[in-house]
Design a binder for this molecule. Structure first.
Ligand code: HEM
Length: 437
């Protein structure tokens, strides 16, 4: 699935960029040129452009083209791509209104804010659900509510580790739901779709110019997430990407084989790396239930053979986390490196980050407000990643704050031209060399 059409897709993507279609060339922006400065190209209904990879079953549908070719893999993913495309264009328009500058400058300012918002949602809303409080504190993962963060470390390698991409971050495969659906403004379910029927099929997102995306979002906002455990939906075990000949894949086999293909060390070896107790035998697997221990013993000859994905995904989650101790360690350390090794971390001061008055505006933004702004919702729970409850009530979208773009009126950051290097805290190796960044 990932390889088929990949080369063609790469070619298409490069012409998309080389042709100046993304930014910089106002000719490529559709409709009202002056009103679209710095914006990303859209198609009818403010959806992504046509041209991606997917399977079309109904007339009028099309495959959205994103920067990531997996955009059409599942409706939730396609819907989120639309959300962030629209957010980019809303921000670009906000900046255009207060600053008289060229299209590519608006694009770059917008891109910088988008990066900041994604970091903020990831570390401020997602990690508190994924990881326990203790590890977040130990690894300094939580965000500041005011002031600047000054701990950039040029010796930290922020790239994604093999074991994270190939095992730990795939924990989400155990959370894939059996169905997607639509919910009305009153949160009544009007329609459901079996997951296996909508993978790689863009219909429920693109039909009627994307006008069902708010209903899809409400369904996702109002449905409990599934636990991370050894249970995996049939949709991705026996029914994954069924083709016209009835052939399917099994996502769990992919994960296990990919781990071996990448020669990942075993579950026990990673436990040792994390400083967690290493099992001498199956009875010693302290973070698994008795039932899982027996199942593992029936599957592997030796406890040292247990694959890291299998051992990790079947651990009992910690009380205040979505994942068990091993994945918590691997993911925690990865998110630590992404933050500490990022010279442009959004809470950084100086030209790499934002002036205080802009940073405080970015700090107001939440995923809930983004869904409101981009999907035209009227009410939403305050914390989009948790179900509505007494602690997380439904609020009107208009009561949630958004960015005041007047803080971007003056040119204050390093986009839209090069500046002399000013490394964070004097640690930057290039400091003073006068290179273009
Ligand atoms: C319906 C939803 C999903 C489907 C159909 C799906 C399917 C796939 C497939 C087919 C692969 C490639 C497997 C391989 O060849 O090794 C993959 C990779 C991966 N998936 Fe998923 N996935 C889904 C949701 C998720 C979720 C929710 C997460 C995490 C929270 C996730 C994390 C990953 C990661 C980290 C990779 C490896 C990516 C890389 O190394 O490039 N996936 N997924």
């Amino acid at each position: 699935f990932l390889l088929s059409g990949y080369r063609e897709q790469v070619n298409r993507l490069s012409s998309y960029i080389d042709g100046g279609m993304i930014y910089g060339d106002t000719k490529s922006f559709n409709e009202n040129l002056s009103g679209k400065l710095g914006s990303l190209r859209t198609s009818e209904g403010d959806l992504l452009p046509d041209g991606g990879i997917c399977n079309i079953h109904q007339a009028g549908d099309f495959c959205q083209l994103g920067g990531d070719e997996r955009v059409n893999e599942a409706p939730s993913l396609s819907g989120l791509h639309v959300v962030f495309l629209r957010l980019h264009n809303i921000i670009a328009e906000g900046i255009r209104k207060v600053r008289n500058c060229r299209s590519h400058v608006i694009f770059l300012e917008t891109k910088k804010i988008m990066g900041a918002i994604i970091q903020q949602i990831t570390y401020g809303e997602y990690l508190p659900v994924l990881l326990g409080k203790q590890i977040r504190e130990d690894l300094d993962l939580d965000l500041l509510s005011r002031g600047f963060w000054r701990k950039y470390d040029p010796d930290v390698n922020p790239t994604v580790k093999n074991v994270v991409a190939t095992a730990a971050l795939r924990y989400g495969h155990s959370q894939i739901p059996p169905e997607f659906g639509y919910k009305t403004m009153q949160f009544a379910t009007t329609q459901t779709f079996k997951t296996e029927d909508v993978l790689m099929d863009p219909h429920i997102v693109v039909t009627q110019g994307g006008s069902n995306i708010p209903d899809l979002a409400r369904f996702l906002l109002d449905t409990p997430a599934r636990k991370m455990d050894r249970q995996v939906e049939d949709a991705v075990r026996n029914e994954l990407f069924r083709d016209v000949n009835g052939l399917t894949f099994d996502l769990m086999s992919f994960n296990i084989q990919r781990g071996r293909d990448h020669a990942l060390p075993s579950y026990n070896a990673w436990r040792e790396w994390c400083g967690l107790p290493v099992a001498q035998n199956f009875a010693n697997l302290v973070d698994h239930s008795a039932d899982v221990r027996t199942r593992l013993q029936n599957t592997y000859v030796d406890v040292n053979d247990v694959d890291v994905f299998v051992g990790g995904v079947t651990e009992t989650p910690r009380d205040d986390a979505l994942v068990g101790p091993l994945f918590e360690c691997l993911l925690g350390r990865q998110f630590h490196d992404i933050k500490f090794g990022d010279r442009y971390w959004y809470e950084t001061n100086g030209v790499e980050g934002f002036p205080r008055r802009q940073l405080q505006e970015i700090r107001k933004v939440t995923l809930s407000k983004i869904l409101c702004e981009t999907l035209g919702l009227e009410i939403i729970q305050k914390d989009a990643l948790s179900l509505t409850s007494a602690d997380n009530p439904l609020v009107t979208c208009s009561s949630l704050p958004f960015i005041d773009f007047s803080r971007w009126r003056h040119r204050t950051s390093n986009v839209g031209g090069w500046i002399w290097n000013r490394g964070a805290k004097g640690k930057d190796k290039d400091k003073g060399k006068g290179k273009k960044p």
